[in-house]
Design a binder for this molecule. Sequence first.
Ligand SMILES: NC(=O)c1ccc[n+]([C@@H]2O[C@H](COP(=O)([O-])OP(=O)(O)OC[C@H]3O[C@@H](n4cnc5c(N)ncnc54)[C@H](O)[C@@H]3O)[C@@H](O)[C@H]2O)c1
Length: 344
Amino acid sequence: MQKEETLRVVLVGCGSMSGTWIETVQGLPGVEIVGLVDIRVEAAQSRAQVHHLTDVVISSQLTDVLEQIHPDVVFNCTIPEAHYETTLEALEAGCHVLSEKPMADSLESARKLISAAQRANRRFAVMQNRRYDANIRRAKAYLATGELGSLTTVNSDFYIGAHFGGFRDEMHHVLLLDMAIHTFDAARFLTGANPVSVYCQEWNPADSWYTHGASAVAIFEMTGGLIYTYRGSWCAEGLPTTWESDWRLIAPQGSMKWDGGTSLQVQQVSESGKFLSSFRDIDVPSSAPDTKTQGHASAIEDFISCLREDREPETAGTDNIKSLAMVFAAIESAETGKRVEISW
Ligand SMILES: NC(=O)c1ccc[n+]([C@@H]2O[C@H](COP(=O)([O-])OP(=O)(O)OC[C@H]3O[C@@H](n4cnc5c(N)ncnc54)[C@H](O)[C@@H]3O)[C@@H](O)[C@H]2O)c1
């Protein structure tokens, strides 16, 4: 692909999330939205109107639009159940694809999408916008200095009473499938470790406004012997955590606490050998090590740069399947009551 070539994009799934995607594209030089698709065609029409997209093809059928205008890129913002078919069709039509999470509705489908991208020689990546955050990048950059030694234990808590309405109310394993993917991916991002096994218990609290699985607790073994625990709920009222979760990360020479926002505390051992060691507070730099800090906008911008520079995106399907594998293994464990080995 030539660096100066204008990339022509079709966005599929014109619901709530799509506005953020369209606004980002409208601010990017050399990228143009040429089509909007939604099975509810009125949703696509409404998006076109709101974002003043006067010269776009609008349809309820992706097939028609692909045949008619041969775009370079498809952005998949459909509901999770439609991710697989939409991404597969776009890849097979020769488009690069950036898809909303989760990558697919099963590991088998995710593997098929990776193969389809390889066959078509196209880039395929997944939106993991919570990686593109200044504070998680600050935390990761400090951990990468190795000053605390190798992480041994990581805990994250996610508690938000989210009253969405819509597809999530009826979704099975709603917390694990629709939200925990972000937290599991963040755990991989922060630690650089990959999953080995999981034991998970999932439940739907008595007062839940969801149909299924609004709460879960999971214990992961990760590579290097690291243990990562996840506790979460989407129907916990009061004392909410951030959407990025509340974290404690422990290593031989100290610990980090991150509230998912700007509060990032680190204590390093300054003197040991007594009953309790002494610690010094470490000042973690207040700015991120790079500029990939604007959530969806940075993720989309980075994907476009990868196409122009022929680079693999950070959240390419080949990598993101490891985060997805954590989700499906946790679900299998919750369903069987057994510890599950994780592969992808
Ligand atoms: N990354 C994040 O932080 C984040 C936040 C919210 C939602 N999401 C994800 O974004 C996706 C969309 O979520 P939303 O909140 O916009 O949902 P939504 O229900 O508001 O919108 C989804 C749209 O997709 C359309 N659609 C469904 N199946 C389709 C198909 N086969 N072809 C074309 N259009 C189809 C629906 O008609 C709807 O307009 C989901 O995967 C969700 O998990 C991600």
